[in-house]
Design a protein around this ligand. Structure first.
Ligand code: FAD
Length: 408
């Protein structure tokens, strides 16, 4: 194969795709997106950079939590009527992966992605939250659960501390008193995810972005990869597939089935707040998160398994999320027009064992996958991109990073 169109082609222009393009600075990169990347899930998410989320989503206790949520009215975890049949296979695989062994195998690799990313984001010089993220436990047993969380974090080597209850209301006067226990996750912080995406997109001056292009076929060979679009064919020595929840559609073109399902989440953004909360926060019991952005407050919630094309916005969900938030945070009354809250949905690419798939596909050394980041794609984008760049340029890969291979 000769006359390459670029050094690397990336399919998918979400946060992972643009982070990969940025990490390949010095090389020419073509980023192809079937829509405009706004269609993906990277633009209006919660914007938490969470080193604390190093344990894979498939971990002991998750099946019980999921079942309780399914049985509860308005639970955070839900199955959409639009869920394709493959969703049931995914659920069975996820259930089988909720073991201590899965957590032990995958945590070190995830932690290294998250730490590298957090350091990377800090070096970009973007505005970040003034304070670290707080994880808030409410109701019965909140103190014990918070203590357990601190112990768990410290066991992983992550900096976390229990906040003196007397200091909580002083530091966050907008929190409503509800027998709260707060853990400060000291390595975690908030960013504006759209700003992070734009900054990474602008990093590599040799990156070109092609929107609204549909990939119809992929031909890998020993010296490169041909990517067929409806109107043309492009080729490069290396291809990166970073198409979020749509990644299985692309790997299917190569005969590879990757267990990634779309997990829809909602965000709303309360505008024009004269007084805002100070810390980005995770409400462990009410199952939503907040991030103060300028004079607005982003509130995000819900994990609904569905199909990747499902971007419907259910007004009931918006109202429920707002009501949940109002139970613990002082907010203005729900506005008459929900549009003023900029309701948004995104589909998290959720892998069946709760960790992203990063690395070349078996027997196809020129095709590298970077997908399946679930709830932490923004948090782990720069670490993922650094790992992808090492696969492409032939750098060293640690054992914990090898555990994230898509061939596991
Ligand atoms: C409500 C909500 C809150 C969240 N909060 C956080 C948070 O606080 N912190 C965090 O770390 N993560 C968070 N996430 C998760 C995070 O948003 C995702 O993990 C991340 O955006 C995934 O990025 P991606 O680049 O893999 O996928 P996407 O952003 O979905 O990008 C994939 C791109 O691929 C394109 N594409 C699809 N098919 C094709 C094709 N055939 N050809 C070419 N292009 C294609 C799509 O158009 C899209 O632009 C949240 C998600 C949601 C929904």
């Amino acid at each position: 194969m000769s006359d390459f169109d670029a050094d690397v082609i990336v399919i998918g222009g979400g946060i992972i795709g643009v982070a990969v393009a940025a990490a390949l600075k010095g090389q020419s990169v073509l980023v192809i997106d079937s829509g405009s990347p706004k269609f993906g899930t990277s633009s209006a998410n919660a914007g938490h950079i969470v080193v604390s989320h190093a344990t894979p989503f498939a971990a002991p206790g998750m099946v019980g939590q999921g079942l309780r949520s399914l049985l509860a009215r308005d639970g955070a975890f839900a199955l959409s009527p639009r869920l394709p049949l493959s969703g049931l296979t995914w659920l069975a695989r996820f259930t089988a992966h909720c073991t201590a062994r899965n957590a032990e195998t995958l945590t070190p690799g995830i932690l290294s992605l998250l730490r590298n990313s957090a350091t990377g984001v800090r070096t970009l010089g973007l505005p970040t939250s003034t304070y670290p993220i707080w994880e808030v436990f409410t109701g019965n047993g909140s103190r014990n659960r918070a203590a357990h969380e601190v112990e768990h974090m410290r066991g992983l080597g992550i900096d976390a501390a229990h906040i003196d209850p007397n200091l909580v209301s002083e530091a966050e006067p907008l929190l409503l008193p509800r027998n709260m226990s707060v853990v400060e996750l000291r390595e975690d912080f908030g960013v504006d995810p759209q700003l992070l995406w734009e900054t990474l997109k602008a990093t590599n001056e040799q990156a070109t972005f092609l929107n609204n292009r549909t990939v119809t076929a992929i031909d890998p060979s020993a010296d490169g990869v041909r990517v067929h679009l409806s109107s043309t064919t492009l080729n490069a020595p290396k291809l990166v597939i970073a198409a979020g929840a749509w990644t299985p559609d692309l790997t299917k073109l190569l005969g590879v089935s990757l267990p990634i399902i779309a997990a829809k989440g909602y965000s709303i953004t309360v505008p024009d707040l004269a007084t805002n909360v100070q810390h980005p926060m995770i409400f462990a019991d009410e199952k939503f998160v907040v991030n103060p952005l300028d004079n607005s407050l982003r509130i995000s919630a819900r994990f609904e398994l569905t199909r990747a094309s499902d971007r419907t916005i259910d007004p009931k969900r918006i109202k429920h999320t707002y009501a949940q938030a109002k139970r613990v945070v002082t907010l203005p009354p729900l506005p008459d027009s929900l549009d003023s809250l900029s309701p948004w949905t995104g589909v998290r690419p959720a892998s069946a064992d709760g960790a992203p798939y990063i690395g070349p596909l078996k027997g196809m050394p020129n095709v590298v996958v970077a997908a399946g980041h679930g709830m932490t794609g923004t948090s782990s984008a720069m670490g993922t991109a650094d790992l992808v760049a090492r696969y492409i340029r032939g750098g060293s890969i640690s054992t914990s990073e090898l555990a994230l291979t898509p061939n596991r």
